[in-house]
Design a protein around this ligand. Structure first.
Ligand SMILES: Cc1cc2nc3c(=O)[nH]c(=O)nc-3n(C[C@H](O)[C@H](O)[C@H](O)COP(=O)(O)OP(=O)(O)OC[C@H]3O[C@@H](n4cnc5c(N)ncnc54)[C@H](O)[C@@H]3O)c2cc1C
Length: 494
């Protein structure tokens, strides 16, 4: 270790779900690690409060991103909240922790080799979930409500069989989800992994410090240039730089560092270090809409503790819809007030893809995010079926004691065309960007199956951006698993 000379063994850029896990593993293995994080620690009480979900939007703890207007969603732009604080998005997210589907990782294995298949993934999940700081559990019995039971009963009546916690990778049927919560408080990656890492002498936090570019000596990454206030700071790594900035900011940092399509880089005046045209492409996000009901009572505030997985009947094999019970509204425009509930429906295996690019002339500006929502017609068709299912679940007698009346989409919308119009007007992103630095064995991929950036040495990416395909549920657990596997690869010298 050589910290006294200002250099570390490893630099981990970003302290989110992935960066927290990775710095914990590398530090525990005895390496010196510099974590670079653009945000600060945040208000610990607010972060810990599960009901504060949403209160970080448009604050300094949010990157405050919006998409370009999306033609297929009636020209609307879409907010893209991202945590800018210790723990990254795991400090502001909905806390639902589901491992992902066996079939997701089998598809990853086809793209990037057996080491990313279900069998290897499940071992990593078991290892990381056995860590003393991590405790993703279902809601304790006393906190479960009649609303949860009514949702599960409605699912059962619809043939969505009762399941356990989905840990076996079969995302079908309905059940209780694990949550990254303990004793009623959020327990995101920073509590579970980052704080224990920082409590050792191996791992140093450099926060309020924004990475501007990776530094290269020829084709070898040796450090990171950052901005802290008005200062430009350089940190160096003897072994490797690992980028964990999330699926919107990791491609941005690679592009700023000269890794991307050479013609696009040259238009921006950035000298190319490695020609990797895939950087920033293949953006996927889950899409959400649903059915809103006014009722005699409303769902009390609390985390999403139950979920169901179902098939839209389209071209995708396996479940492509995730449904859950929510409070009064789907979005500001679809708010039915306190006395209401919503059955939300997410398309979790979207076919549409978007891009993340640098803004012209502005290396420091926000990335340009074109989500590509609904550009593949199959996604619209699947969501129409999802709205039908959400509407049917809300109508079954399990909810009859609160006398629900459908407010959205509204009983007058019946045909596929009418419901497609509702989907276009109502759908939002689920804030689950993935895939913009995808891994693969093919030359078009951004990182190889060991997560090494193509064409350079000493640089990896390990976060939700490397997913070759979206996982069919929230990506937090899978992102932590990717970081856990990245540590295995780094520590074994691969
Ligand atoms: C509102 C919301 C709700 C969500 N709900 C759920 C849920 O219930 N279940 C689920 O599974 N998933 C959920 N997600 C998604 C999940 O939280 C993310 O997929 C996951 O946290 C991504 O981890 P990551 O490490 O890739 O990125 P992040 O956790 O976003 O971490 C990236 C980190 O890098 C830092 N950073 C970025 N750029 C730079 C730079 N240039 N220099 C220095 N630091 C930088 C950021 O500040 C951040 O701390 C939600 C996300 C949001 C925003």
């Amino acid at each position: 270790m050589s910290r006294s000379s200002g250099s570390y063994d490893y630099i981990v850029v970003g302290s989110g779900s992935a960066g927290s896990v990775l710095s914990y593993r590398l530090g525990r293995a005895g390496h010196s690690v510099a974590v670079i994080e653009a945000g600060d620690r945040g208000d610990a009480e607010l972060v810990a409060d599960p009901l504060a979900y949403g209160r970080f939007r448009r604050t300094r703890h949010d990157w405050n991103y919006d998409s370009l207007p999306q033609a297929e969603t009636d020209g609307r732009t879409h907010v893209f909240p991202r945590g800018k604080l210790w723990g990254g998005s795991s400090s502001v997210n909905g806390m639902v922790y589901i491992r992902g589907a066996r079939t997701d990782f089998d598809a990853w294995a086809r793209a990037a080799g057996e080491q990313w298949g279900w069998d290897r993934a499940v071992r990593a999940f078991e290892e990381l979930e056995a860590e003393p700081g991590q405790l993703a559990a279902t809601l304790p019995g006393p906190e479960r409500t009649l609303w949860h039971e009514a949702f599960l009963a409605a699912c059962a009546r619809h043939g969505l069989a009762a399941r356990g916690t989905f840990d076996d990778g079969v995302l079908d049927g309905a059940g209780w989800t694990r949550l990254t919560m303990r004793s009623g408080r959020r327990r995101g990656a920073h509590e579970a992994f980052l704080l224990p890492a920082l409590a050792t002498s191996q791992v140093d936090m450099n926060d309020e410090c924004t990475a501007l570019r990776v530094l290269f000596d020829g084709d070898r990454a040796f450090g990171v240039e950052c901005r802290r206030g008005r200062e430009t700071v350089r940190l160096t790594a003897e072994r490797e730089v690992i980028v964990c900035c999330g699926a919107l900011n990791s491609p941005q940092l690679l592009l700023r560092s000269g890794i991307g399509a050479p013609d696009e880089l040259s238009l921006l005046g950035i000298p190319a270090v490695s020609a990797v045209p895939g950087v920033g492409r293949n953006l996927s996000d889950h899409l959400v809409t649903g059915a809103v009901f006014t009722a005699d009572e409303g769902v009390p505030a609390g985390p999403t503790a139950v979920a169901a997985f179902a098939r839209s009947g389209g071209q995708v094999s396996g479940s492509d819809l995730q449904l859950w019970l929510n409070r009064r509204r789907h979005s500001a425009e679809h708010d039915a007030g306190d006395s209401s509930f919503t059955i939300l429906c997410a398309l979790v295996r979207p076919a549409s893809r978007g891009t993340v690019r640098l803004a012209p002339g502005g290396g420091h500006a926000r990335p340009v995010i074109d989500t590509g929502y609904l550009t593949d017609k199959a996604d619209l068709d699947a969501l129409v079926q999802g709205v039908r299912l959400a509407r049917e679940l809300g109508r079954v007698e399990s909810f009859s004691s609160v006398r629900p009346v459908e407010a959205q989409p509204g009983g007058s919308l019946v045909s596929d065309d009418e419901l497609a119009g509702f989907v276009r007007r109502s759908v939002t992103g689920q804030h689950h960007p993935m895939g913009t630095c995808r891994m693969g064995s093919d030359d078009e991929s951004v990182v190889d199956p060991c997560l090494r950036v193509r064409g350079v040495h000493g640089l990896r990416v390990a976060d939700a951006s490397v997913f070759p395909f979206p996982v069919g549920t929230g990506p937090d657990a899978s992102t932590q698993m990717v970081a856990w596997r990245a540590a295995d690869l780094i520590l074994s010298g691969d």
